[in-house]
Write a new protein. Structure first.
Length: 137
């Protein structure tokens, strides 16, 4: 029988676990008192997915969650049963924008329009600083 207390802990088979945040789809991480990940609780049916088999869960999407264990990768449903991979609904990008990483760690969206390069900032199209300074000495 499973029980819980006011300290956000859940008891499963006579062992108390700290109850982690909601991943999505009713799946919650379970931690031992020393903060070691023990596994994941499927809230729908109470099934526990052990950390040795399911140590890296991604975000829950469209009824499925991605599991990555080293080089092994698969998808499971809300009950922990393996299912087919979630469909990539993004499709193929056919635009002409490119995401560029800056030395500062930030990102810019670059776009070439009629052989002129621009930096996209919201609704504005900005010339790169070097090009702007050449035109406006």
């Amino acid at each position: 029988m499973k029980n819980y207390n006011k300290e956000d802990q859940v008891r499963i088979d006579k062992v108390w676990y700290d109850f982690g945040g909601h991943i999505g789809g009713g799946i919650y991480p379970l931690y031992l008192p020393d903060y070691t990940l023990s596994g994941f609780l499927c809230g729908i049916d109470g099934k526990v997915l052990t950390a040795s088999e399911y140590n890296n869960l991604g975000a829950f999407y469209n009824g499925k969650v991605h599991v990555a264990n080293g080089s092994e990768s698969f998808w499971v449903n809300q009950n922990g049963a393996k299912v087919t991979a979630a469909a990539n609904e993004a499709g193929n990008y056919s635009g002409n924008s490119v995401l560029a990483r800056l030395e500062s760690g930030g990102y810019q969206i670059h776009q070439e329009i009629n052989d002129v390069k621009f930096i996209i900032l919201g609704d504005e199209k900005l010339e790169p600083l070097e090009d702007f300074l050449r035109k406006h000495p």
